[in-house]
Design a protein around this ligand. Structure first.
Ligand code: AHM
Ligand code: MG
Length: 337
């Protein structure tokens, strides 16, 4: 029989040299929040029967929307532990200070509590994304400058996928490891050690309905992915869920690329740098991949705003490099004017 390794055991056995319990415990905290959110999302289909968001439940409490619930759970599990100096969430306009009288810690947590939440009503997989930085400034309790760090400074990043099973996938810069939640035990068990993108990509993921909104270079690149321009693209199939964590996870397992390109009226695209693109970019490099905004590595972008967006190309290195070359117009395709 194969060994059963809980996430606690694994984190402890693989903690980086600089970890002094504080970091290790912060990862446990995130795993705990993931279990609570998984429990709640599994019951999402029952809201029609048990009460809608905004309605009052049987105890007289107002039901929360699931993304608000997820945001609140992560905050409440992490605010008082003394491990964080500040947090930032996609759900909140401003940074989230650690409330007095709680002790301030050395780490910064950025998170998208429930990405793709418009998919909840139609029972499609959704996810949580998180990144952990070291606090920059020891003088004060956490400030904006602690949060506005490039993804190259991340010390850990990961995501939780609430799908046919719940999976937590994370990296601390020593490979990417995946854990599946055993709902009976309430434990995340190691199921995917040392995850790596397959060399031969299976899928490209992009919302082709927006074709007319893209630049000619991006249009050509997508035609290349489809095998309709130039014949040297690997043969791939198309998959697009519209739920970043689910699309990313599938491509990590099978190989491929996810793109959310800039659009004529939305030059920064849709994906948020701090809560979505940055953590996944850090993680994909640990799995042998690469992420770019089409011109430079996502890891090199210095954020200037909390909710900054970025064009996003992530997956197998060769496919993302090719996107950069198309966007730089290095490639003249047959039929070019
Ligand atoms: P959200 O942060 O508001 O939930 O939106 C992000 C989601 C991603 O999960 C997904 O990749 C993208 O939006 C899909 O957008 P579109 O419907 O424009 O293709
Ligand atoms: Mg999101």
């Amino acid at each position: 029989m194969s060994k059963i390794v809980t996430i606690e055991r694994f984190i402890l056995d693989h903690q980086p040299d600089y970890a002094r319990g504080e970091f290790t415990n912060l990862l446990y905290d995130i795993a705990l929040a993931a279990k609570v959110i998984a429990h709640k999302t599994n019951r999402a289909g029952l809201v029609d029967i048990l009460g809608r968001a905004g309605a009052t439940n049987i105890q007289g409490e107002v039901q929360q929307k699931l993304d608000v619930f997820a945001d609140d759970i992560i905050f409440r599990i992490c605010d008082h532990t003394g491990r964080l100096c500040v947090m930032a969430s996609e759900e909140r306009e401003e940074i989230i200070p650690i409330p007095e009288p709680y002790k301030k810690g050395s780490y910064v947590l950025v998170y998208d509590p429930l990405d793709g939440s418009s998919n909840i009503d139609v029972n499609v997989s959704i996810g949580t994304i998180f990144g952990i930085y070291r606090c920059r400034n020891w003088e004060h309790r956490g400030q904006l400058e602690d949060v506005l760090q490039s993804a190259r400074n991340l010390v850990a990043a990961g995501y939780v996928l609430y799908g046919s099973s719940t999976m937590l996938v994370y990296t601390t810069g020593q490979g990417v490891h995946g854990f599946t939640l055993d709902p009976e035990l309430g434990e995340f068990l190691l199921s995917h050690e040392g995850m790596h993108l397959p060399e031969v990509p299976a899928y490209y993921s992009v919302n082709s309905a927006y074709f007319e909104r893209w630049s000619p270079q991006v249009q050509k690149y997508v035609l290349w992915l489809q095998g309709r321009e130039h014949s040297d693209a690997p043969k791939m199939s198309s998959r697009y869920i519209g739920s970043l964590v689910a699309d990313f996870h599938r491509n990590l397992m099978r190989g491929g690329i996810f793109c959310y390109p800039p659009e004529k009226d939305k030059p920064q695209g849709k994906i948020r740098l701090l809560y979505e693109a940055g953590p996944l970019a850090y993680l994909v490099e640990q799995a042998g991949g690469y992420a770019s905004d089409g011109r430079q590595s996502i890891l090199d972008i210095e954020p200037t705003q909390l909710h900054q967006r970025t064009p996003f190309f992530i997956g197998n290195r060769s496919l993302v490099y090719r996107a950069e070359r198309f966007i730089e117009q290095e490639i003249d395709l047959p039929g070019d004017g």
